[in-house]
Design a protein around this ligand. Sequence first.
Ligand SMILES: [Zn+2]
Length: 273
Amino acid sequence: MKYGIISVVLLAICWTGFSSAEELPLVDTHIHYSHDAWEMLPPEKAVGLLRKAGLKYAFVSSSSDDGTQMLYDAAPNLVIPVLRPYRKRGELSSWLYDESVPQMLERRLEKYKYAGIGEFHVFGDDTNLPVMRKVIQLAHDYGIFLHAHSDSKAVENIFKIQPQARVLWAHSGFEQPTEIRRMLSTYENLMADLAFRNEHAVNGEIDPQWQALFMEFPDRITVGTDTYTPERWFYVEDHANWSREWLMTLPDQVRENIAYRNAERLKDWGLSK
Ligand SMILES: [Zn+2]
C-alpha cells in the first residue's frame, strides 16, 4: 500500500512538470532471479519489470545461475550477469564448506561471461576457508569483482588475501556511514551498494551523515533493490523511482556517478577482460 502511495506522489510530480527525475538513467546493482521466481515471473515478464523501472542495466545473480542466463538471453543489452555460487535457496552458509562449488564456478566462467562473482555471504574469518580463497582467486584470474554480503572483517580479509581484489560491498555491510567511510578510505578497490537500505533518505531528503559520505566518495556508491524473494520483483520500479527522487537532490556529477556511472565502471572493468 505504501509503495502505491509513493507511485501516486511520483506520478503527480511528473504531471506537474518535474520530469527530470524520471529520466535519470539508473543501474540496479543488486537483482536476483532465483528458482522460486521463475514460474511466477517468466523471463519476459521479469525483463518487463526491469524495463518498466527504466533501468539502464541490472546486475543479476541467481540461485541457480540458470536464472541469470535465462534473463541474459531474454535481454542481453540490459542484464549484466554476476555468478552466484548457490545452486538453490538455503546454501547461504553451507556453500563455504562445499568443495564442489569452485569447480562449478570454474565451469560456468569458462562457458559464460560475467562481470563478477556473488552475491555470496561470508563473515569474519570464514573468508580464510579454502572455498572462499578459491573464489577470490577465480575473480582475480578472470579480472572480475566480488559481490560480498559481509561484515567489515570479512572484507578486510578478502583484501588481505588478494590486495588487488575489487569488491562490491552488498548493503554497505549494513554498517553506519562512519564505518563505511573508514572502509572506503582504507580500500580504494571497494565499492558499496545501498541495496535494501532506506535510512539514508526520507521523503526525498538525504540524511546529512549519508550526504557527507556520498560527497566524499562520489565514485564508490551504487544503488540496488535486492530481489531476494520473488515478491521483491514488484518493488524494483518503486525502488528506482524512490532512488531517483533522493538522487535528484545531489550535485549533477555525484548524482550521475551513484545512479549509473560507478556501476558502469564496475561492469566494464570485468567484462572488458
Ligand atoms: Zn542480495
